[in-house]
Design a protein around this ligand. Structure first.
Ligand SMILES: [Zn+2]
Length: 320
């Protein structure tokens, strides 16, 4: 398979990258920034396939041994680094250095680092030298959701590409069975659409609504327990944080344009949240953002959960 032939969206970025590749002007370090789940890693893998293809310059052939090994992510000249337990640690950075050091100067090699904002400062600093003076045929593709969370020293050594969310049409084309609320709620992210339609996560919406509602009706201990049960893994936290913000946004919108809410099929639940004041809902929205941020700042998840629940409880009970 030719990865870039099968990639939807991002045409202008791909065309600029390929032009730079064919004219030998491809920068050695790239940062791909944009919302999660829109295909940044896929474009990076597509570029790796182009660079490592045995039979062609430019767009990969998709058939040679090299192309197939990239597709399977098993190529000896491709190193894909993913966070382990929400962090990219110094050991992983050392593995990248070793990979870069021993690679041939004559054939290309590619390092893709996913969720680069989860790299701890020690690991990031250890990579600065290789990013500053990589050999000619070594290419880095660093992937992140928010540039602000990447060390300035890394940013300044990189060419930055801003990826836009996918259009509703592209998402519908990729999966025609998605209902309208998924197309709206996913906000251009195929990853979010998949999380929302995954059986477990579809069931998350009523849970998150119930939880947010329970703040004003249940004891703090009960709310705390419900929160701890909900917030378990990084993906789960990000899905909940995103649903949290959308639901609170819906509750605000419901006050004056109920027909404009994202979660139309849960209008009844939205209406129960909209009884809170505009100030309370704004504060609640910010707390949802804090939950999202906490993942990227390596905060202790259980402390964060407890703190946020305490603050939410105060906010919704009208205690300042
Ligand atoms: Zn090939």
């Amino acid at each position: 398979m030719v990865i870039l032939n099968e990639t939807k969206g991002h045409e202008s970025i791909i065309s600029k990258l390929e032009k730079a590749q064919t004219t030998q002007h491809l920068a050695s370090t790239h940062i791909f920034v944009g919302p999660a789940g829109i295909g940044k890693k896929r474009v990076a893998l597509g570029m790796a396939q182009n660079l490592l293809c045995e039979s062609r310059e430019g767009r990969a052939c998709g058939r040679c041994g090299s192309c197939i090994r990239v597709e399977k992510q098993q190529h000896e000249s491709l190193l894909l680094t993913l966070p382990e337990k929400n962090q990219i640690k110094i050991d992983q950075a050392r593995a990248i250095l070793k990979f870069g050091h021993f690679k041939s100067l004559h054939t290309s090699s590619v390092v893709i680092i996913d969720d680069v904002e989860l790299m701890n400062p020690q690991a990031a600093n250890s990579l600065l030298k290789i990013l500053e003076e990589p050999h000619q045929k070594l290419f880095f593709f660093l992937i992140c959701n928010s540039l602000g969370r990447v060390l300035t020293t890394i940013r300044s050594r990189s060419q930055i590409w801003h990826f836009q969310p996918l259009s509703k049409n592209v998402i519908k084309e990729l999966n025609p069975s998605y209902p309208e609320w998924i197309l709206d709620a996913s906000q251009g992210s195929l990853g979010a659409a998949e999380l929302l339609t995954n059986r477990d996560n579809e069931d998350l919406r009523p849970h998150v609504f119930h939880w947010l509602k329970s703040f004003s009706t249940e004891s703090k201990e009960k709310v705390l327990q419900e929160g701890r049960d909900l917030i378990v893994s990084k993906d789960q936290v990000l899905t909940i944080a995103s649903l949290w913000q959308q639901m609170v946004r819906d509750a605000i919108v419901y006050k004056f344009r109920p027909e404009k809410i994202i979660h139309q099929d849960l209008a009844k639940e939205v209406s129960t949240l909209s009884i809170y004041s505009f100030e309370q809902l704004s504060k609640l929205f910010n707390l949802g953002q804090e939950l999202e941020t906490s993942v990227y700042r390596h905060w202790d998840m259980s402390l964060t959960t407890d703190y946020l629940i305490h603050e939410t409880h105060k906010c919704l009970r009208g205690i300042s």
